[in-house]
Write a protein of this length. Structure first.
Lengths: 162, 127
């Protein structure tokens, strides 16, 4: 039942928004790693930061949509359909509990990265400490999304919602 | 005085308003405020999750949207703490150079504590 209302919401949450965030990470990270003053011309730096501003803001919006749909629309379905399983098994004691919480780290970290890139723009090429911090936060956002996504996929496999 | 036509005046096209604005460097305090606030947000979630597991009445109170349980209250409080701390830090640091390495190490420590606070085996030690 791929397209029942519950399954569709779970697919939009995980397979659409969650997957977009995870796939976009590599592009954003390459852009951040390329932000060196000595590697780019002024025009190149301007073009790269413009792409990064658009890309990281888009990722932040996608991350917010993912957690909001997951928390307010999909998770209540699991609680309704699998209350007894969720309250007594591994799926609630570890998987679902960790997934619902750690996923929320992603939009906060992604928004922080987006705002700092948007504010500093080409100045980031000369600010290596800020750049390094953003690279780590961006990677932590990706890891949090990856853990939530993996646990979500396993949970959906074991307990599909309809 | 030489008569210069408009066509002879060189126009430097690669100087844009953005470049002129970028001449004024933004102190790193603004970035430091954003980075540390993210850590505070993550720490808030860890603390609330752990405390709610111990203190049942807080767990019940945090069920702002009952169908989804206490995760709704925890995340709403986390977002408020994140934005409020960002606002306060921004007000203090926006015109300052801060020690970004210290700020970042503190942020990583907060994120790590946040992860520990939400890690189910840790929560079950107290629940």
């Amino acid at each position: 039942m791929l397209f029942s209302s519950g399954a569709l919401l779970a697919d939009i949450h995980g397979l659409v928004f969650g997957a977009i965030f995870l796939l976009a990470y590599s592009g954003g990270m390459v852009g951040l790693l390329d932000l060196h003053a000595s590697w780019e011309t002024r025009k190149g730096r301007r073009a790269l930061t413009k792409q990064l501003v658009i890309g990281t803001w888009a990722m932040a919006v996608v991350a917010w949509l993912t957690v909001l749909i997951g928390t307010y629309l999909v998770y209540p379905l699991y609680r309704t359909e699998f209350q007894s399983v969720l309250s007594s098994s591994f799926w609630n004691t570890f998987s679902m509990a960790l997934k619902t919480h750690i996923g929320w780290f992603t939009p906060i970290l992604a928004t922080t990265v987006a705002v700092v890139i948007w504010r500093y723009k080409t100045q980031l090429t000369e600010e290596k400490h800020i750049r390094y911090a953003l690279e780590v936060l961006f990677t932590l956002a990706f890891l949090a999304a990856g853990i939530a996504g993996l646990l979500g996929a396993l949970t959906t496999k074991a307990l599909p919602v309809y | 005085m030489a008569n210069v036509s408009h066509e002879e005046i060189p126009v430097k096209t690669d100087i844009l308003l953005e470049d002129i604005q970028q001449e004024r460097k933004i102190p790193n305090g603004e970035a430091g405020a954003a980075i540390l606030a993210a850590g505070i947000g993550c720490l808030t979630m860890g603390l609330l999750t752990a405390v709610a597991a111990i203190w049942g009445s807080l767990h019940t109170f945090l069920q702002f949207y009952p169908p989804a349980g206490s995760i709704t209250g925890i995340t709403i409080v986390m977002v408020i703490a994140w934005l409020a701390s960002w606002f306060v830090l921004y007000r203090f640091w926006k015109d300052k150079q801060v020690n970004l390495i210290k700020v970042f190490v503190l942020t990583l420590a907060f994120i790590l504590l946040g992860v520990v606070g939400i890690f189910p085996p840790f929560i079950h030690l107290f629940a």
